[in-house]
Design a protein around this ligand. Structure first.
Ligand SMILES: NC(=O)c1ccc[n+]([C@@H]2O[C@H](COP(=O)([O-])OP(=O)(O)OC[C@H]3O[C@@H](n4cnc5c(N)ncnc54)[C@H](OP(=O)(O)O)[C@@H]3O)[C@@H](O)[C@H]2O)c1
Length: 357
């Protein structure tokens, strides 16, 4: 397939582009500065700004599907307004094209809760993207663990630099972090599973952890003894200021993320785990991979895993369409998912070079 990846230079996009190429797709990589693009040579670089449709309209006209991996948190306090405009412009630019699918990586969070400004904005972008004539697939995720993830970088730097942390109550909020290699597997996999078209899914790693436990376990991996003292009087706003003092994550990114930590971000809808049923990366291993003490699974394995999962999901759907009759040797996918053999990318696999080319 021909694909446009927006946010191709970002934490997620820069890993997705080589995986899509590896899976045999043709990839157009969108960035605002083509001269700074360091991705694979096989990708066709498109210089464009989502706020200005004229810069990428012709690329959109040539592709079958697009990935929307953009946020504007780094641009300042008006990020929600910019992200709203960017999404509207992107949808408008798809009008009159043959674009069939769009895939968006958004944010987890319970809708009945008062979502933070950042999570509300991610949800708003989701509903704007859903207005297009293509089928939108949304994957909602909490913190993605990997080298270069701003949200993980806050955890790493706090753990590394502060032996004693006096924190607000949010430190006990539950979260379901996910490794970047698992996110990329889902992003590549859903493209080939037609049942995911027009659907919203929640994705997460295998463990639900409080932020306190995430900090403590990251501390153990970094060999730091950590004392976390939650106190009721400290507001998230104040804690955002001490995060500024301790970490070098830009304020414009750190503040919206910290204000979002009050929201519980846990997978409630597990349908995607039946469709793409691979073994997800445990938190400790994901952290070690992010820190570089364990290697991330190689891109070829991630692409192969996504494709083999997608093939099995499609075969399962075809069997289901064909009728309810099943033999013992054709178990339903939902029952067999966790027992299937899959490419060897798990904790015991040999370390290989980092992804990328
Ligand atoms: N990281 C996480 O923990 C996490 C968790 C849940 C969901 N997500 C979602 O995953 C997606 C990608 O996040 P990320 O962590 O990869 O972000 P990131 O590393 O900060 O990258 C953001 C990307 O957006 C692009 N961009 C920003 N404004 C743009 C504009 N006006 N025109 C064109 N491109 C623009 C940047 O490209 P250039 O600067 O090259 O133009 C950059 O590649 C987002 O939708 C985010 O909400 C991330």
């Amino acid at each position: 397939m021909r694909l446009l990846v927006t946010g191709a230079t970002g934490f997620v996009g820069s890993r997705l582009v080589p995986a899509l190429l590896e899976a045999g797709h043709e990839v157009y990589a969108l960035t605002r500065d083509a001269t700074g693009y360091e991705g694979p040579d096989e990708a066709r670089v498109v210089e464009g700004n989502v706020l200005d449709p004229e810069t990428y309209k012709s690329a959109l006209a040539e592709v079958d599907a697009a990935y929307y991996l953009i946020h504007s948190m780094g641009s300042g306090t008006d990020f929600a307004e910019r992200d709203r405009r960017a999404a509207h412009n992107f949808v408008r630019a798809t009008e009159g094209t043959d674009l069939d699918r769009m895939i968006y990586l958004g944010g987890l969070g319970e809708e009945q809760e008062r979502l933070s400004k950042h999570l509300q904005s991610r949800r708003e972008v989701e509903s704007i993207l859903a207005e297009g004539t293509y089928d939108l697939t949304t994957l909602r995720a909490a913190i993605v663990i990997g080298a270069g993830s701003q949200s993980f970088e806050m955890i790493r730097q706090l753990t590394d630099r502060l032996p004693v942390m006096i924190t607000p109550k949010w430190v006990r909020t539950e979260c379901q972090p996910i490794a970047i290699s698992d996110v990329v597997t889902y992003l590549v996999g859903v493209l080939d599973v037609s049942e995911t078209a027009g659907e919203t899914f929640e994705i997460g790693g295998p463990e639900v952890l409080s932020y306190q436990v995430m900090l403590e376990r990251t501390g153990e991996i970094l060999d730091r003894r950590l004392f976390v003292l939650p106190v009721p009087v400290l507001s998230p706003k104040i804690s955002a200021y001490w995060v500024d003092l301790v970490t070098d994550v830009p304020k414009s990114v750190a503040h919206p993320l910290i204000l979002g930590l009050e929201n519980r971000v846990v997978v409630e809808d597990h349908r995607i785990e039946q469709l793409l049923a691979f073994e997800r990366t445990p938190f400790d291993l994901a952290v070690k991979q992010a820190l570089g003490t364990e290697h991330e699974p190689p891109i070829e394995h991630i692409a192969a895993r996504a494709q083999s999962e997608a093939e099995q999901a499609t075969a399962g759907a075809e069997r289901a369409k064909a009728g309810p009759e099943r033999t013992e040797s054709e178990p339903e996918r939902a029952e067999s998912g966790s027992e299937r053999a899959e490419p060897d990318v798990g904790p015991g696999s040999e370390p290989e070079p980092r992804p990328g080319r």
